[in-house]
Design a protein around this ligand. Sequence first.
Ligand code: PYC
Length: 418
Amino acid sequence: MLPTKQMSVQLLRQAFNSSQPPPRMWRSHELKERYDVVIIGGGAHGLACAYYLAKEHGITDVAVLEKSYIGAGGSGRNTAIVRSNYLTPEGVRFYNESVKLYEQLSDDLNFNVMFSQRGHLTLAHTDGGVNTMRRRAEVNQIEGVDSRLIWPDEIKRLCPYLDVSDHPRYPILAALYHPPGGIIRHDAVVWGYAHQADVRGAHIHQNTEVTGIKVKKGKVTGVETTRGRIKTGTVLNATAGWASTITTMVDIKLPLTTIPLQACVTEPLKPFLDVVVVSGSLHVYISQTDRGELVMGASVDPFSSYSMAGSLTFLEGIAGHVLELFPALSNVRILRQWAGICEMPPDYSPIMGFTPINGFLIDVGWGTYGFKASPIAGKTLAELIATDKTPDLIAPFRLSRFEENDLVGEKGAASVGH
Ligand code: PYC
């Protein structure tokens, strides 16, 4: 890995030497017959796991299989929000470790992931909303996370364009303010992890779809792909959107509902919004990128589907709600819209760790929370694979919690309606 100064000189040299294409950030490989570990899903979770397996445990004989291009799923479709102001102590602890890893990620990966900790505001428009924010603030503080309840005067200071008057249909009563929350360049996270996993020896196989998983006497022995068979004793399902499809290959049924989540981006505007604003009641989250665009999303679609198409209904809804918060945005144009696929468990917490099939592990069920957990999910699953022991931080998210009736109810920490 090059020190940052040397890296900048190298970049400058490349910029002035057009005959030399820059080196590729990850390479293509023939599919080997066997790998120690096969990770299904080339998103930020799978790539992070490959990186931490190599960096922290010296396990480098790893294949990451991606049916499309890396980051094509949830990792490239989310709205890039990072935060740890959750509702349950288990959730707060877990996402807080993720924020800490994100804080050092540019240095760790020697690649600028543009993490901007600009603060995160979750607005409350009803007495019930204020009570939930108060409860979250208390749990956050007990767990050492910077988060507190604030009132309209301070909200106005942090976000002058927000309408905090009593004119709107749902006036803003208070907000949960979480200063370490913010936004990040999500593609850079994918590329940075991919590069460092590749440098350390992992093979990243794009356009390689898993079509079957081989199990003998209750133990994983390999996977079938569109490019051939691979023998392995360890498979991690780190997919989002297709987690149930993959897990059905080993006859395990997951308690997941698959639902699209839509988002959109506007034309660039002069910088005016330097916090992330979320309203659960209005089903909106909005932030302004470094390029000036507003990135906005709403609640999940009201039906189960695998469709990644945007809809006019979504645009009409979000435009109405954003204008209630920011009336000054009425002439802003939408540039593009898209959707990602979310898999919702009944308690809105992820499912991570062992399954009844020996050697088949899961990192699934992230609902609308997946991207922000990428570093810590990758790190803890790498530890689990390397040591065969479940790290304390992810024990609450085990699959068996559903039959043990030991759920981790995280719906109250959702940015928007589910
Ligand atoms: O949990 O912050 C969040 C979030 C925003 C959009 C989807 N999830």
